[in-house]
Design a protein around this ligand. Structure first.
Ligand code: SF4
Length: 328
């Protein structure tokens, strides 16, 4: 039997997960479990890079994130699901990699510049924030994965990881394979206000939302901005509600809605009701599983514990090699 290729990815526990996270990453992770040896981790130290002033919620978010993961179909029997801070070897490798990473590599990181501008309400002029790609490189190469599933905006992160791995190998000998970025094609859906779905924009539909919350959020969704009156024809191509229909409504109804919208035979209120009904139904199995795990906190803790133990075994073996290579 051929050995499955390993992949690894992580998420920062900075709040509840939403549909954007599900469609942009989690659905792909779930599918990968059939083909790859998957390592998925909750990056709690990374949450501190931007939220170091308010760490109180991180513990709760970790638990909630694991519940979300399990609810959408990540399985501890198929994947290694772990928490970064429970595998202290990440901190040691981060330190060693920080010795060899040139500062200009970090300063030119596009996300660094972008986040400093976007999160102007936070003081991000810290060593930890500048150096987070080094911690990320340690998180990844520790497990020597063949690939890292990412969205297109995260490709530079994988590139810097490859550069750091290459530099380590050049200085100390071949220890780390360079992981490939595995680009994920994701359906494009926006938040309820047509901006990118994000908890910081307050425009997200969460996996933990109940039917009433989903219906209320869909009712607020911005549709075709040019369609001011019920009698105006609409343009489904620019309507976010229609993008959701394409994902959650059966194809024959989607075709019907498209033509009814273009000829003003359906109003946005009714159109949204059809969509929210389908969305609520589609998320029902996730909600049911959520309730199951919410009622069993010991089971969730046990899964995180066992997964972190499994990850630590791999990390220990890597660090033995690393220490030998660095001669320390
Ligand atoms: S009828 Fe539906 S598809 Fe058309 S603009 Fe309104 S919400 Fe969008």
């Amino acid at each position: 039997m051929t050995k499955k290729k390993r992949v690894l990815s992580g998420m920062r526990p900075t709040g509840p997960l939403h549909l954007g996270n599900l469609l942009g990453a989690l659905a792909n992770w779930v599918a990968m479990q059939a083909t790859y040896d998957c390592f998925f981790f909750i990056a709690d130290w990374h949450a501190l890079t931007s939220d170091y002033e308010k760490p109180d919620h991180i513990k709760g978010f970790i638990r909630e994130m694991m519940i979300d993961w399990l609810s959408v179909g990540l399985s501890p029997d198929k994947s290694t699901l772990f928490v970064q801070s429970r595998v202290k070897e990440h901190a040691e490798l981060y330190l060693l990699l920080s010795m060899i990473t040139p500062v200009p590599w970090l300063e030119r990181n596009p996300t660094y510049k972008d986040q400093i501008l976007q999160l102007s309400n936070k003081d991000l002029s810290t060593f930890g924030f500048l150096g987070y790609p080094v911690l990320q490189a340690a998180d990844i190469i520790m497990y020597k994965p063949a690939g890292v599933p990412v969205g297109v905006d995260q490709v530079p992160h994988v590139e810097i990881t490859r550069e750091i791995a290459r530099r380590f190998n050049f200085l100390y000998g071949d220890v780390f394979p360079e992981p490939d970025a595995l680009l994920t094609e994701t359906p494009k859906i926006l938040g309820t206000d047509r901006r990118k779905m994000s908890k910081s924009y307050n425009n997200a539909i969460y996996l933990s939302d109940g039917p009433a919350e989903i219906a209320a959020k869909v009712a607020q969704m911005i549709t075709d901005p040019q369609r001011a009156r019920r009698s105006d024809p609409g343009d489904p191509d620019v309507c976010n509600v229609f993008s959701f229909h394409k994902l959650y409504t059966d194809p024959a109804t989607v075709t019907d809605i498209e033509s009814q919208c273009r000829t003003a035979r359906i109003g946005c209120v009714d159109c949204k009701k059809i969509m929210s009904g389908n969305l609520i139904k589609a998320l029902e199995p996730i909600r049911d599983k959520r309730h199951y795990y919410e009622d069993r906190p010991e089971l969730v803790e046990d899964i995180m514990h066992t997964g972190s133990d499994r990850a630590r075994d791999v990390a220990r073996a890597t660090m033995a090699e690393v220490r030998g290579a660095v001669k320390i």
